[in-house]
Ligand binder design. Structure first.
Ligand code: PLP
Length: 392
């Protein structure tokens, strides 16, 4: 472990100052969700409390089975967070020091951190210019004899073009772990995310398409060997109590969260439908503006964890300020490609190594997107974008 230097100055990026301005359109997502399902969620949680069984009990098993079935997988394993799910998935595949795992530059830092936790090295590829997702030809260019697995991320709810990746993985005997943290319920050629690779990892962080009342995650697989290994790894490396066979972890999902998640799973399809409806409305309203709208491939069911537009780099702050003046919140996700973050400086990446992801990070603007938005709010947000370009 390196020492942490707290005296080193850290700069607040300009977009973040703007994103932090108080606005009402785009906020209040989880409060509105509570108004919709709070009674049912409370009832579910209150059933758990008197049982005295708060970990690895019947509510977790029930949720794991329901979620696995929803994803067309044989097994689900509840984990304490999405980050931990990715970590345990890689550990279960036997990935460790000396190995390389290929992922994309344009993702949340946790995707890469999970690789680093195992002792393996994350190798970052650039992205597809249309979907901003991982692309098989770019992955192929990064293969080395040390490559052990590929970790695609279904960015913003759009599944990666998986068939060419799966073919590449088959040719080179690589594992495929999906980071489906944005894509609960999305499909690729009719197949559910989480069932496309060897292992699917989902974050159940509150603001994801489906989230807990706190931290949570889940792993999906149809491989019984991986299932058994992940179960051991999430609970201190034991199959039989106090017989710790391997160095395991303490990364379980608890009963209270599982009970609430079973309730939320029943709403996921309708919530995703509402996200898709707002995306379609944004698409229609913003069609004649200079912004680049999100592309959805014909073979996918995109579930719009986020609705991201691309603007000129030099106009992003002005647009975000203009939106905030109109009471519309916005942000930039993700503002720095992971390999260019200070924590990965040692890997020596430069923007030229991942030009599309670097350009994207400077240009992305995420507009308000969650199921409980109202139509007038989507219209106000879109109108603010239109007016910004009229005012120029
Ligand atoms: C949220 C997220 C994670 C991490 O999940 P946590 O539950 O916050 O640990 C990993 N990858 C992606 C792409 C995410 O968006």
């Amino acid at each position: 472990m390196k020492s942490i230097d707290l005296n080193k100055p850290v700069e607040i990026p300009s977009w973040l100052r703007i994103a932090a301005r108080p606005t009402s359109i785009g906020s209040g997502e989880l409060e509105r969700q509570w108004l919709e399902i709070g009674e049912e969620a409370t009832e579910a949680i209150l059933k758990v409390l008197p049982t005295g069984k708060y970990t690895l009990g019947p509510y977790l098993s029930a949720f794991e089975n329901e979620f696995a079935k929803y994803c067309d997988c044989d097994y689900g394993i509840g984990i304490s967070s999405g980050t931990a799910a990715l970590h345990l998935a890689l550990e279960a595949m036997g990935i460790g020091p000396g190995d390389e795992v290929i992922t994309v530059a344009n993702t949340y830092v946790a995707t890469a951190l999970a690789i680093t936790y195992t002792g393996a090295t994350p190798v970052f590829t650039d992205i597809d210019p249309q979907t901003y997702n991982m692309r098989a030809d770019l992955v192929a260019a990064k293969l080395t004899p040390r490559t052990r697995a590929i970790l695609p991320v279904h960015l913003y709810g759009q599944p990666v073009d998986m068939d060419p990746l799966l073919e590449l993985a088959r040719q080179h005997s690589l594992g495929v772990i999906e980071d489906a943290s944005h894509a609960h319920g999305a499909t690729y050629k009719g197949r559910k995310t989480g069932s496309l690779g060897d292992i699917g990892c989902f974050s159940l962080y509150p603001s994801k398409n489906m989230g807990a009342y706190g931290d949570g995650g889940i792993i999906t697989t149809s491989n019984p060997d991986i299932f058994e290994k992940v179960k051991m790894l999430r609970y201190v490396g034991q199959r039989i109590k106090f017989v710790h066979e391997v160095i395991g972890f303490q990364e379980r999902l608890d009963e209270i969260q599982a009970a609430a998640l079973s309730v939320k799973l029943r709403y996921l399809e309708s919530w995703n439908d509402r996200r898709r409806k707002w995306a379609a409305l944004y698409d229609e309203l913003l069609a004649n503006t200079p912004v680049v709208l999100p592309y959805a491939a014909p073979e996918v069911r995109h579930v719009y964890y986020s609705y991201a537009i691309l603007v000129k780099k030099e106009e992003r702050d002005d647009l975000m300020n203009f939106l905030a003046d109109r009471d519309v919140g916005s942000f930039a996700m993700y503002p720095t490609p992971v390999p260019l973050l200070p924590c990965y400086a040692d890997l020596g990446y430069k923007p030229e190594d991942i030009p599309l992801a670097a350009d994207y990070a400077d240009r992305v603007v995420n507009l308000p997107m969650f199921p409980q938005l109202r139509e007038d709010e989507v219209r106000t947000a879109a109108q603010a974008v239109i007016d910004f370009y009229r005012s120029k």
